[in-house]
Design a protein around this ligand. Structure first.
Ligand SMILES: [Zn+2]
Length: 224
């Protein structure tokens, strides 16, 4: 079979540009298809020697490995090839999984269509944006400043469900360490207050589970 070597790196650059165009037009489906093509391209057998160390070890030194040969060689050395999977979005802290792509001079990013939370910007690829989003975490202080409202914020330990504070405030000395803990989940509670002759009113309380490592370690300094 005749083989025409092509510059796959250049081809990938072109595909990346098409994908960028798709993302700018909010054509997510198009961008995903192009991402799949890029993954396939990465899977193509290479026409250069993939591994100098393979010389003299049952692998022809100057011939390309087909995927089948690569699999056989991996098996011989005790490895199993696993096809790279395109990362999938994990839900936002608010529990929704509906993202809006945005592009800018720093690359691409997504924000949650439901709560507006932004993920980190990534230049490299569409996948890098998803990986960065999935790795994203937020501290209590960040959530507090992000929301910018004065409702009480109740913080619970994810280790034992213990309430660490009923009304978080970044200014309070005893909340300093708590402010740096990572948020694992947020939700809201409604508290009904009876107001005598004026009827009842409802307060919204923002609740958050935070990393419970200090409770796990038996440190109770931050407990209110
Ligand atoms: Zn959200």
């Amino acid at each position: 079979m005749a083989v025409r070597p092509i510059n796959a790196i250049r081809f990938e650059e072109i595909l990346e540009q098409w994908k960028k165009d798709c993302l700018e037009d909010n054509d997510i489906q198009g961008a995903e298809i192009i991402s799949d093509v890029i993954l396939q391209l990465d899977d193509m057998p290479t026409l250069t020697q993939p591994n100098e160390g393979a010389k003299g070890k049952n692998v022809p030194a100057n011939e390309p490995l087909t995927l089948e040969e690569l699999k056989a060689e991996a098996k011989r050395q005790g490895y199993k090839l696993i096809k790279a999977k395109r990362p999938r979005f994990e839900p936002c802290l608010c529990g929704h999984n509906d993202h809006q792509w945005v592009s800018g001079p720093e690359g691409w990013a997504v924000y949650c269509k439901h709560c507006g939370l932004y993920g980190p910007w990534a230049k490299k690829s569409h996948n890098a944006v998803i990986v960065a989003w999935n790795a994203m975490s937020m501290t209590v202080n960040e959530l507090y400043s992000e929301i910018g409202i004065q409702s009480p914020m109740k913080i619970l330990s994810s280790y034992n469900g213990k309430v660490l504070c009923y009304n978080f405030s970044p200014e309070k000395e005893k909340h300093q360490a708590l402010g740096k803990r990572k948020i694992l989940d947020i939700w809201a509670e409604i508290k009904v207050n009876k107001c005598g002759g004026y009827g009842n009113y409802a307060d919204v309380i923002l609740c958050a589970y935070v990393d419970g490592a200090p409770e796990w370690e038996g440190v109770q300094d931050e407990v209110n």
